[in-house]
Write a protein that binds this ligand. Structure first.
Ligand SMILES: [Zn+2]
Length: 167
């Protein structure tokens, strides 16, 4: 294993979110920390990054003059707002996510069976024939799943890259 890979592994292990950092208005969200005031995210979970952001961006704001109790209350409220807007956003993206996911899953099957990328087109043709006789009203949803040789090739490359990265 190369030194770079080793170092990255260690870095990832050491990075855990410390709930104390919420005092900088940075709760943890999906493995990142997100500023509740301006919604900027900090990818590297180090106290220094959050403190610096707080000091340079929000130290002069009304949030800074709050008492500890007021600050806590504001954090709870802002977190709630953020969660609400995220779940709204999620609902809008799920349909697109499913389409992309389906394309990845078929590409994965092709790779696992060592089929040529060009089989994606044929599989899509088969799926559409089945859809047309079973549930033609859902045709457009299936039609948007891209299985062109170029897409399949890209998906497989991406998946093998991410496997290499995690090894
Ligand atoms: Zn901020």
């Amino acid at each position: 294993m190369s030194a770079i890979v080793k170092k990255r592994k260690v870095d990832l292990k050491c990075r855990a979110f410390n709930p104390e950092w919420e005092k900088y208005f940075f709760p943890e969200r999906f493995g990142q920390a997100q500023c509740l005031i301006c919604l900027k995210t900090v990818a590297v979970l180090k106290e220094y990054n959050m403190r610096r952001h707080w000091e340079t961006q929000h130290q002069a704001s009304s949030f800074a003059s709050m008492s500890a109790a007021e600050r806590k209350e504001a954090i709870v409220k802002l977190s709630g707002n953020l969660q609400k807007s995220t779940s709204l956003f999620r609902k809008q993206t799920t349909a697109a996510d499913k389409v992309t996911r389906a394309s990845y899953e078929v590409s994965r099957l092709l790779a696992r069976r060592m089929k040529p990328f060009t089989d994606g087109d044929f599989i899509k043709e088969c799926i559409m024939v089945v859809i047309d006789s079973l549930c033609p009203e859902k045709r457009s949803a299936f039609e948007s799943v891209s299985l062109s040789p170029r897409t399949v090739c890209r998906r497989i490359e991406e998946m093998s890259d991410s496997v290499n990265d995690s090894l």
